[in-house]
Design a protein around this ligand. Sequence first.
Ligand code: 6CS
Ligand code: FE
Length: 305
Amino acid sequence: MTRMLPARDSTIDLYPTRLDEKRHMFERLDPVVYGHASSGPLAAHELDDYEENGYLFFPGFFTADQLADQVDELHRLRQRDDMKDRDGVVTEPRSSEIRSIFGVHANNALLSRLCRDPKIIGIARQLLGGDVYIHHSRVNYKPGIHGREFYWHSDFETWHAEDGIPRMRAVSCTISLTPNHEFNGPLMVVPGSHRWFVPCLGETPAGHYRESLKHQFIGVPEPDTLSRLVHEGGIRTLTGPVGSVIFFECNVMHGSNSNITPYPRSNVFLVFNSVENTPGEPFAARERRPEWIANRRNHAPVRPI
Ligand code: 6CS
Ligand code: FE
């Protein structure tokens, strides 16, 4: 059973992390599913599945035809020479290729349309129980040959520590724009891990996001904790064709391997947060992250197109 807390004070730190001494993981204090089967596109068994495992996977949610324009856009953006020096564009750790472009829900007409797809918004609203806004969005390119890994982490741990998101009431959504094979660094999740909060070791350095978006060392689990979660829940590798969609709970432990194949693994990545869970001051960092990664200005509910 999830322990529920009646009071809503968004300045109380319920999930202490970035500590100087190891603390054991503990059960989450927030619900996993906030809505009901009657309020959206997901059936009761899908909500139960999400509650239990922390993610839902829909291979072929969109057809490749439906995403043809977005796939073209992905290649166009990558080839533009003026992209690399912009705010919100992150390159690979050991090459100048683009790793991520942030803010695509706001600054790219074609991709923003995809981000407001009625069924995607319907699912996010149903899981989070009402109005949602986008905390951040990005394209993750994971280029061929030089695409480096995303080490194991819980997204919520970072958003709580560095962005001041108080509670676990957010969901990440990825939409594949290339096939995600078992060999080109697809998403791996640890089913059931979302039920545990894993406090992490180490103070957040100044400007941490510049480093962590390329290679994350702070805000990651200790090896023994990761092993425990994996021994309990196993690992699922989410592979599928262009147009596959994954919804994963903000606190599920996940990561992806590097891509040394010639096949890029590119996804649109969206973070939906409940309008009742907006960020305050960071809980474990000295400074706020920039707007392009932690939206504090526009919490207007996303409206489907
Ligand atoms: O920085 C973020 O918001 C997200 N990105 C990474 C690589 N790790 C933490 C979190 O998922
Ligand atoms: Fe993540």
